[in-house]
Design a protein around this ligand. Sequence first.
Ligand code: PHE
Length: 343
Amino acid sequence: MDDLLKLVENSKEEIKSFSSTDKNPAEAFRIRFLGTKGLIKSLMGEMKNISAENRKQMGLVLNDLKLLAEKKHEELVMMNANGQPLIDKALDLTLPGDALPLGSRHPISIVRNRIVSIFQRLGFGVAEGPEIEDDWHNFTALNLPENHPARDMQDTFYVSQNPAWMLRTHTSNVQVREMEKGKLPIRIICPGRVYRNETISARAHCFFHQVEGLYIANNVSFADLKQTLYFFVNAMFGEKIKIRFRPSYFPFTEPSAEMDISCLICGGEGCSVCKHTGWVEILGCGMVHPNVLENCRIDSSQYSGFAFGMGIERITMLKYQIKDLRLFSENDLRFLKQFISAV
Ligand code: PHE
């Protein structure tokens, strides 16, 4: 033990005062002390001759020695053969820095931001809510009681550990949560991701993004709904775009409608994008059903409101003429890089 300790002490001195005329002193040092046949390895090999009660202490001593050698080696790596720091030569502070490659926003984010900013100009605020939701906020409060056939319109992913929870099928859950807060009037849009158990294809995916809107105050009418959406379409797609409403059905609105815009590609003449009708559907909307207001403790004899909901993917596909919805979630840089200059 004492012999070994002495050897360690000598090695320490040798490490501290190490110098070499070799043209690579760091490598010479590494071979002498840290290499597989180096001094430290061979000292470690002596451990087997140390008695059990001294082994721990010896281990610590040898470990210190190794740290000391490693530190010295690092210092030598930074020196040239004359013992001058290499760093002076290597670091030229006048060189220009490396350019940072700029990424681009995802097209869905670009279009979402655009939609949000248009509605903000009309005084709508942004509201957000959970993506994992309970039955009340996703369905029941929205006038879809249990076993209502309209639930089949939205194929739902349930959480297997707790079937009372589901992935929201629309962002209408956020509207319910805002109405329940009891502060009126309400003028919000709800952007976010939603989930439906659909077969993945060029036109559908098991998740997508929506922006829904809700306006509740005294005397809100269908005319307000039309005017608001007309403003949106003009700002989003241009002045020349026409809109039309077709009667539809949603359990949470009455009356309900689907809104079409004149085809962006052919201007209404008829083409493959509009299936030769001159129109493309972009959103669902309607006047909030009184049952929904009452479910959220809002007096339907005093207040009325409108709601609408659109898929961001759909708007983006129309705006940028993208033919396959799967491109949005495949992370293919050849696709994403095309949006570098878009804002
Ligand atoms: N929640 C509907 C959907 O996801 C869209 C919608 C919202 C329709 C508000 C009418 C009113 O399909």
